[in-house]
Design a protein around this ligand. Structure first.
Ligand code: ADP
Length: 166
């Protein structure tokens, strides 16, 4: 009997997607049959981009991967993962500072659904300083984010901040 397809969920805010996220997606897409990039619908955060805009940007940036799907979810991550038949949750570690919160979340998620494993990948060192928050801050002040985010994200950031300036 054939083994069931391996499915991993890569959850996050992706506000916006960066080349650090993309590096992780590229590594993970080689490890599983299907990688579901899932934008969290979180009422308590105040994102720059709407969930739909974030999904569009991820979609544009991941078009070259045949086994990557883009979606959004709300509620408990492990319940969403189970509903998609996923056995893995993928998270990224940039530096030691990411570790504590990621470790807490991984243990809580294991408690909730022990059959789902959290897998951590490290981004390439050239991406390890990149965060969506830093990208937004630099772009809002007119700094260049070329090479740090996909081209389409760069253009959208410029439009967003130009619209805010008027
Ligand atoms: P969240 O709001 O859940 O932290 P993010 O969109 O910021 O979502 O990030 C999603 C995941 O990707 C997190 O596990 C984060 O640590 C990881 N990540 C973000 N940027 C990078 C990067 N440059 N290198 C490696 N992992 C990253």
């Amino acid at each position: 009997m054939a083994a069931p397809p391996s499915v991993a969920i890569y959850p996050g805010s992706f506000d916006p997607i960066t080349n650090g996220h993309l590096d992780l997606i590229s590594r993970a897409s080689r490890m599983v049959d299907l990688l579901v990039v899932a934008v969290l619908r979180n009422q308590s955060k105040h994102p720059l981009f709407s969930v739909e805009e974030r999904r569009e940007m991820i979609h544009e940036a991941t078009g070259g991967f045949s086994n990557v799907e883009v979606t959004s979810f709300e509620g408990l991550l492990v319940d969403f993962a189970a509903s998609r038949g996923a056995s893995m949750i993928l998270r990224g570690i940039r530096a030691v500072s990411d570790y504590e919160l990621e470790w807490q979340m991984a243990l809580m998620n294991r408690r909730l659904r022990p059959e789902i494993e959290t897998v951590f990948l490290t981004a390439g060192e050239e991406y390890s300083f990149i965060s969506s928050n830093l990208v937004k801050e630099v772009a809002s002040l007119g700094g260049s984010v070329t090479g740090i985010v996909p081209l389409s994200v760069e253009a959208r950031l410029q439009r967003k901040f130009a619209a805010r300036a008027v």
